[in-house]
Design a protein around this ligand. Sequence first.
Ligand SMILES: NC(=O)c1ccc[n+]([C@@H]2O[C@H](COP(=O)([O-])OP(=O)(O)OC[C@H]3O[C@@H](n4cnc5c(N)ncnc54)[C@H](OP(=O)(O)O)[C@@H]3O)[C@@H](O)[C@H]2O)c1
Length: 227
Amino acid sequence: MKKGVNIVVLGSAGRMGAEVLAAVKNHKHAHVLATVSKPGALERIKLSAHDRPVVMIDFSSPSGFVEGLRFCRKNEIGFVSGTTGLSAANMRALRAASKKIAVFWSPNMSFGINLIAELLKHQAFGNYDLQVEEFHHRNKKDAPSGTARMLQNVLCAATKKNIPKPLSGRGGGIFGIHKIWAMGDEEVLTIEHTALNRRVFASGAVRAAIWISDKSHGLYDFGDLLK
Ligand SMILES: NC(=O)c1ccc[n+]([C@@H]2O[C@H](COP(=O)([O-])OP(=O)(O)OC[C@H]3O[C@@H](n4cnc5c(N)ncnc54)[C@H](OP(=O)(O)O)[C@@H]3O)[C@@H](O)[C@H]2O)c1
């Protein structure tokens, strides 16, 4: 029997799904158990006791997220999702599921963005005006990006102020550029992160899947993993 974690890849035919497949195939402790790229196809997957531990990695769509979460709850396996554009109801379902299974959701699976988010949690930024800006490829479906919303929320909590809605640009093949502007009267600070490929998100998701594979339940994000 192979050692490690068996992975169900949801959204496997997509841009991120292809990167996740490659990242799992290159990982010593993870194996592809099944791939799913069409709505309803999850129902055909039957897990057996010797497949475990099994974790699903989802980069699909909000409807894929719903199907994936339901499957993981039913089969009592871990769920790692990077899908964005989720509703408040989707987030409530994630929290409810976390009472039974281990779930990990992050709108950005890169180490760099999560490091920036951790650092920002402790900055009050005085009288500086703050603005988050993001650019992505022309095919990205949601705007502002989930990452920009996350950074905006972190800044709101840290400064106890309302931060304006993030600015979004779409074009070309940009994997993801996020910039935080802190605008003072005498100086301007910018903190910027550029993803150079999609591999950075895929390897973060595989790392998260291995990390939650031995957890019975709970709601986790990258902040927990970095601790
Ligand atoms: N957290 C992060 O670090 C991160 C990084 C990059 C992207 N993302 C997010 O990941 C998601 C996917 O991005 P992407 O660029 O890979 O999109 P994509 O290229 O459109 O891939 C999504 C794939 O999921 C499939 N799919 C959609 N609904 C499904 C369902 N119900 N069941 C099974 N498969 C389903 C799609 O099939 P069809 O084409 O047939 O609909 C498509 O093959 C987006 O929400 C994006 O914002 C997150």
